[in-house]
Ligand binder design. Structure first.
Ligand code: PHE
Length: 455
């Protein structure tokens, strides 16, 4: 390979045989949807920022997506053999440099700077399957609140200070179910560093803060939906605004303990909205701030924006089509008012085509994750197929599903069939066009993955 260096934003990076970032993905790095005025992702970021005011929280919206493996994984205590580190899950420039897979990659740097709190919003990159709610680039907002034991006012304990901050937070009328799920053995209090009372009050501050955030978001979600329903049925009586139901569920992250997920009851289902927890003390210690204690959370912006505006397909966020963008103009300036829901432009007909093939010969049986044991240098991972489909069909592919997977009992060869659903958001694809697209996809799969198409 002739490729030696690649430019991402304004920097040139040396690449090596780890490099796996397609041109399609490279072209999305400069888009920064969270900073585009009146873009639904940016509007969602601003709603979140409104709950965490400056100067206690600093906003960071321009961190470079290229980070080190140390920032993205090691600094966060993510173990060396964790699957998320593999090149089938993560986009690498070279062995030590990658496109961040989460905003947590910047935690340690900000803890080192000694901030009292922050919100980081940014584009993050993950190799993944293809469907209406997954895209290899999406956006997250990450927040943290930190207190320093060496900077307490005279006569006050850390616990006093956090409690005073907690008492300054507004109260809400939400219905919080399971406010205190029991901690699992693998997700304990960090009793070596924090007293039980300290953890209690930090956790209470975290929970109230994040409850207020989801309350702000979901009151907008519900108000917009109710307003849209009212105009449709032309009834004057708006449905009673019921208090929001949320629940705390125990979770696990390598960089927080205890950890939780916050779920919201919406349209008859519990939706998982964010992950959070009490920051592991090793992060503060490694950042030369051993006297800090704090909490952190991370939330995906597209999922929230899809709810806020009823946007049905994640590809729409990347659309430069005026029929999409024009619907949000002026929303930022009037955010205190009800949001207007997205009105989908006519759904163009889709067309699904199957590709059946033998997986390249040399490899053997699959393990539980659908990964195939690495024999020689051949390794089957569905994300490689997804990437090839995306690189050829771009945003004209709506979803890709596995419809058949069997291993021939005698020869041990593996045969698979994937169904690719082609549908453009912007226009009707002709039959001939779809066929050409599908043939190009198959050629690319042969070239990249060595598959042997079955007829
Ligand atoms: N980084 C986590 C994710 O992407 C979310 C998270 C952030 C969890 C901060 C805890 C604290 O899933």
């Amino acid at each position: 390979q002739a490729l030696k260096a690649v430019q991402i934003n304004d920097k040139i990076h040396q690449v090596d045989h780890w490099f796996n970032i397609s041109k399609t993905i490279q072209s999305l790095v400069s888009r920064k949807l969270h900073l585009q005025p009146d873009h639904p992702v940016a509007i969602t970021r601003k709603i979140i920022e409104s709950v965490f005011p400056e100067p206690t929280f600093q906003y960071h919206n321009n961190f470079d997506p290229v980070v080190s493996t140390y920032q993205n994984f090691d600094s966060l205590n993510i173990r060396p053999n964790h699957p998320s580190r593999g090149p089938s899950d993560t986009y690498y420039l070279n062995k030590y440099t990658l496109l961040r897979t989460h905003t947590s990659a910047h935690q340690a740097d900000l803890f080192r700077a000694g901030v009292s709190g922050y919100l980081i919003s940014a584009d993050v990159y993950r190799r993944d399957e293809i469907d209406r709610s997954h895209y290899p680039v999406f956006h997250q907002t990450e927040g943290a609140r930190v207190w320093d034991r060496t900077k307490l006012p005279p006569g006050k304990s850390l616990e006093d200070v956090v409690r005073e901050d907690l008492e300054k937070l507004p109260v809400h009328n939400m219905q919080v179910e399971d406010p205190n799920p029991p901690f699992h053995a693998g997700n304990p209090r960090q009793s070596k560093y924090h007293t039980e009372n300290e953890v209690e009050v930090v956790a209470a501050h975290l929970k109230r803060s994040l409850e207020l955030m989801v309350n702000e978001i979901f009151s907008k979600v519900k108000a917009a939906a109710a307003a849209a329903a009212a105009t449709k049925t032309s009834t004057k009586n708006q449905p009673q605004a019921e208090p929001l139901r949320v629940r705390w569920v125990e979770a696990y992250f390598p960089f927080t303990s205890p950890s939780w997920e916050l779920e919201v009851f919406y349209q008859g289902k519990w939706l998982e909205v964010l992950g959070c927890g009490v920051i592991k003390q090793s992060l503060h210690i490694n950042a030369d701030r051993p006297h800090q204690i704090g909490w952190a959370f991370g939330i995906g912006l597209e999922r929230i924006a899809m709810l806020l505006f009823q946007i049905p397909d994640i590809r729409l966020f990347w659309s430069q089509d005026e029929r999409f963008l024009s619907q949000f103009r002026g929303v930022e300036a009037a955010m205190d008012k009800k949001l207007r829901l997205f009105v989908p432009f006519s759904k163009h007909p889709g067309c699904s085509k199957d590709v059946s093939f033998w997986v390249k010969k040399e490899e053997s049986a699959a393990d539980g994750d659908g990964r195939v044991a690495n024999k020689g240098k051949v390794d089957w991972h569905p994300n490689d197929l997804m990437a090839a489909v995306r690189d050829v069909a771009k945003d004209s592919v709506e979803d890709v599903t596995l419809v058949d997977d069997f291993t021939h009992p005698k020869t041990g060869r593996r045969s698979m069939c994937y169904r690719i659903n082609y549908r453009s958001l912007e226009r009707t694809l002709t039959n001939a066009e779809t066929n050409r697209l599908h043939q190009s996809v198959i050629r690319e799969l042969v070239k990249r993955l060595g598959i042997e198409p079955r007829l």
